[in-house]
Design a protein around this ligand. Structure first.
Ligand SMILES: [Zn+2]
Length: 509
């Protein structure tokens, strides 16, 4: 049974009239309505009760982590996760549940990766292959290790590539770090092609060539957007890499045996997003997307990246449906895959639903580990901050959640920002994420049930408020305005480097 709302149309008319008439004093009332004024409070209250008292998020995360496990896009684990996601959505009562297929440029499967220092002292090394990279010759290779300064990568490619043949290259960080991490990420990709062309046999360096976080942990990851590098590249624990660097700094010749065996398909593989809806009652054509990536890396169970986000999406759907309140606009729940390979699933979603984009209102994403939600990053839409702050004030029981207009491209909010929409990233305070991120310790035990249930409830409340508030929160910005905003936020160069900039020379000062 649909729960009835308070006599809203009358209030709306009064407010509209006041706004249109500029109020008695002709002053525009600029304070946006809060949930206490706009009729969404009753629904939010019921959803908060569902989310905090009857949550299924932790149980779902346990199953996703322990029974399905690693979900590398294109792998059997990812396919099983998609089936599970479809079943969960149907079981919860979500409508129009279906898979939306898309193609990924190639599939990749991890094989064994081992390494050891042979001289100046024998020492086994803990490594893990990065994703979508090549292999050493069968059985491995033994070679001298030489350093390459990540902070001087252009000069290294120019002056030292001739010395790299038959060598293992270890990334070191000497001198002043480049300010733009995304730029050095892009440059590292170019370096890997140069290293392969120079017949280096392997590279030791993580995402963007960076050092691991420590605690004897490796971190895998992709090295370019939809990119495959033929040279084997491995993440090494910080402890082992610093040991190796100390020998090099002592001008000792370091000889290492390394064996990396991976497989890559020679053609595209089919993947899919899981999609379902709660149809809106008044504006069903208007769509609020609530999404997170279901895919993970494969060194562990992917509980914090991004099992947390995936089960929060499912729980948001469950809590809203179980509350009995139906929003005015459609809420579309999406479990993306391909995020770790370069936002492939969310890019595919935006491409497939291009015609519907003018009817999209916002896209909510959660993908920052296991910590509590601490801010809502509105994807450049500073115009929406006052309205959204009215909402976060109303849910302050869930913490002091701040609002800003950061445009985040580290996860699936990015493709929606390119559409001029509030691609909202739910920022989380996750101090331990640097250890679990893409690592062998990304396991179920790292997630606290109370934080998980709270995050899922905040996601449900945010989605419901945007979908049910009388006034449409946002319409997509025209490309020119989005381009200007991204240029102002200094995202334009990174997007151009990744081939994601759709605005031509719009936005240039
Ligand atoms: Zn993630």
């Amino acid at each position: 049974m649909l729960k009835s709302k308070n006599p809203y149309p009358v209030i709306f008319a009064v407010v509209l009239l006041a706004a249109l008439s500029g109020g008695a004093s002709g002053q525009q009332s600029t304070t946006p309505p809060s949930p206490r004024d706009d009729g969404t409070l009753a629904g939010l209250t019921a959803i908060a009760g569902q989310g905090m008292m009857q949550s299924e998020a932790y149980t779902n995360l346990e199953y996703l982590s322990d029974s399905i496990g690693p979900r590398l896009t294109g792998s059997p684990g990812a396919k099983e996760a998609v089936r599970w996601g479809l079943d969960r959505m149907k079981a919860i009562g979500v409508e129009n549940v279906h898979a939306e297929p898309y193609e990924m440029w190639s599939g990749w499967t991890r094989g064994p990766a081992t390494a050891a220092i042979l001289s100046p002292a024998r020492h086994s090394l803990t490594i893990a292959s990065m994703g979508w990279v090549g292999s050493t010759p069968e059985g491995g290779v033994t070679a001298d290790v030489i350093p390459v300064n990540l902070y001087q990568i252009d000069r290294e490619m120019q002056d030292n590539a001739s010395k790299w043949a038959g060598k293992i290259l270890v990334m070191v960080a000497k001198g002043e770090a480049p300010k733009d991490r995304m730029e050095s990420f892009v440059k590292f990709g170019k370096f890997l092609d140069a290293a392969y062309a120079a017949h280096a046999v392997a590279v030791i360096g993580g995402q963007g060539g960076e050092l691991a976080a420590g605690m004897n942990i490796t971190h895998t990851g992709i090295l370019g957007l939809a990119a495959y590098y033929r040279i084997p590249v491995v993440s090494m624990t910080r402890e082992d890499q610093e040991q190796l660097e100390r020998f090099i700094d002592q001008d000792k010749t370091v000889r290492v045996r390394i064996n990396v065996q991976n497989q890559v398909t020679d053609g595209p593989v089919e993947c899919a997003n899981v999609v379902g809806e709660i149809r809106g009652t008044q504006f069903p054509e208007q769509i609020v997307v609530v999404g997170a990536h279901l895919d993970s890396w494969d060194l562990a169970e992917g509980s914090t990246d991004n099992g947390v986000g995936a089960v929060c999406v499912l729980e948001a759907a469950r809590a809203i449906i179980a509350s009995g309140y139906k929003p005015r606009r459609t809420i579309r729940f999406v479990l993306y895959t391909g995020e770790e390979q370069g936002l492939l699933g969310s890019l595919a979603y935006c491409k497939r639903h291009k015609a519907e984009m003018p009817n999209h209102v916002a896209a909510l994403t959660l993908d920052n580990g296991q910590g509590p939600v601490v801010d809502l990053e509105l994807g450049g839409r500073e115009d929406l901050i006052p309205a959204v702050e009215q909402f976060t004030k109303a849910i302050k029981a869930f913490g002091d959640i701040t609002v800003n207009d950061a445009a985040v491209f580290d996860t699936d909010s990015g493709p929606f920002i390119l559409q001029g929409l509030p691609g909202i990233n739910m920022g989380q305070n996750s101090p331990d994420y640097k250890y679990t991120h893409h690592s062998p310790v990304d396991t179920f035990d790292k997630v606290k049930p109370d934080l998980l249930e709270r995050d899922a409830t905040v996601m449900a409340l945010t989605a419901y408020w945007i979908a049910d508030r009388p006034e449409r929160l946002a319409i997509p910005w025209p490309p020119e305005r989005t381009a200007r905003m991204l240029t102002r936020q200094k995202k334009d160069k990174m997007l151009k480097d990744f081939g994601l900039w759709p605005f031509g020379n719009q936005g240039e000062p």
